[in-house]
Ligand binder design. Structure first.
Ligand code: FDA
Length: 400
């Protein structure tokens, strides 16, 4: 018996950040809208993001803070639906928030408020949400799409004129990330750039890890450089290697085989500061002086690694300068990353050359749209990735 066909104008695959935003706008012009997700609940990544408080945008969004093979691609959507537009929506719902650091806006209470807000917006625009719903095959004929759907054991077909792919990347497979969006792109002959984990801790070889062991849990503000980028934020030593915002940021630029360089005393002219300390505290040991500037456990580690002994008063300018160079040019060789298991995002994705940057519609397949993380646009840490989801979701939703 032939499966019955349900007709919609727009089907959105993925009720995450981008899909919900798109649904909230598609209803106005996109006719009957269906949003499907295989998960039990919508917006799960929003719910767990920012330690449950959701860093929902950043006050300082600019295109340079997004990584893509085409650095211009994100400009259109980001400039037409800005961080201020999203903040206005959050204000409209009376959701309290605060700036934590570097323009990062977090909810005061729970990230659930953002999920609820987006679900309310999508429902208000008339979109129907179906959870625990899987998409099998997708067929394309006569300018429309037919999807084989399985919902709670029932199989049926859905047809639509607009198909929006908003199923995210490969990060955190435990939360239902599948890479399905890339397979849809490939099915339609669209190029997908190399994908790899981004915003992810870096790992090290056995010998380095063994030496880092006593440092697990130590955090310190640093500057980290690598892959042509540089970030001044905190670095955290863990049992598996290095993490913390500075490392997560640089991981998106780092490539296998490359070193990273850490500046441990970034906030001052370290040589001048140490010379001054030599004048005042000549009888103090160098280790004691350094412990005023860096965490004690890190100083103990550095003292052993660099052979730091004696009083600061006995250090010549040359020796102080060599020490500063060692502390501010600490070169490390990561062997890899923790991978998609812990990565916040997936770098790479559907090639932006295949997509119209105003509408997010595939140039070769009219009616097919890609939004959010599945596209080759990846933001910095700090609310940038959600802003891309909101902006690209809005661009498609209002274009449909
Ligand atoms: P998203 O992953 O949100 O949604 C995709 C949806 O598609 C999911 O609901 C999924 O279940 C569904 N799906 C997948 N495959 C499917 C299939 N085959 N069939 C049906 N449905 C399918 N960013 C930020 O800006 N600020 C922050 O604070 C954080 N914090 C953060 C913490 C953690 C732990 C992670 C992993 C990530 C972040 N991020 C973040 C990144 C942010 O979560 C991410 O960039 C956006 O959620 C991407 O939005 P999308 O809608 O593209 O994908």
């Amino acid at each position: 018996m032939a499966n019955r066909v349900q007709q919609f104008d727009t089907v959105i695959i993925g009720a995450g950040a981008a899909g919900l935003m798109c649904a909230a706008h598609a209803g106005a012009t996109g006719g009957r809208v269906l949003i499907v997700d295989h998960a039990k609940a919508p917006g799960e990544k929003i719910r767990i993001s920012g330690g449950g408080r959701c860093n929902f945008t950043n006050l300082h969004v600019k295109p340079q803070r997004f990584i893509s093979a085409n650095p211009h691609f994100a400009k259109s959507a980001l400039s037409r639906y800005t961080q201020h537009d999203f903040i206005a929506l959050v204000d409209q719902y009376g959701i309290a928030y605060h700036e934590k650091t570097l323009g990062q806006l977090f909810c005061d209470a729970s990230a659930r408020l953002i999920v609820d807000m987006l679900c309310d917006e999508a429902a208000a625009s008339g979109a129907e949400l179906r959870l625990q719903t899987r998409i099998g095959s997708i067929e394309h004929a006569d300018g429309g799409f037919t999807l084989a759907v399985e919902e709670n054991g029932a199989a049926y077909n859905v047809s639509c004129r607009h198909l929006v792919v908003a199923c995210g990347g490969k990060s955190i497979p435990k939360m239902g990330a599948t890479g399905f969006g890339y397979r849809i792109a490939e099915q339609f002959g669209l190029a997908v750039t190399e994908t790899r984990p981004g915003l992810v801790p870096l790992t090290f070889g056995e010998d380095v890890l063994a030496s880092f062991k006593p440092l697990a849990g130590v955090a310190t503000p640093v500057e980290v450089a690598g892959g042509g980028a540089r970030f001044a934020e905190a670095m955290l030593f863990t049992h598996r290697g290095l993490s913390g915002p500075a490392i997560l940021q640089i991981s998106s630029y780092w490539r296998e085989g490359e070193p990273i360089t850490v500046t441990l005393l970034p906030e001052q002219d370290a040589l001048t500061a140490l010379r001054e300390r030599r004048q005042i505290d000549g009888r103090k040991s160098m280790v004691t002086v350094l412990a005023d500037l860096l965490p004690k456990r890190l100083v103990a580690y550095l003292a052993e690694q660099l052979g730091i002994t004696g009083n600061i008063g006995d250090m010549s300018d040359k020796k102080l300068s060599a020490l500063v160079q060692a502390l501010n040019g600490w070169t490390l060789h990561p062997i890899g990353t923790e991978g998609y298991r812990t990565a916040e995002v997936t770098l790479g994705g559907v090639d932006t050359g295949e997509i119209d940057s105003r509408t997010m519609q595939a140039k070769k397949v009219l009616g097919l749209y890609f939004i959010g993380e599945v596209v080759d646009v990846t933001g910095w840490l700090g609310g940038y990735n959600f802003q891309w989801a909101w902006s690209s979701g809005w661009a498609a939703g209002t274009a449909i």
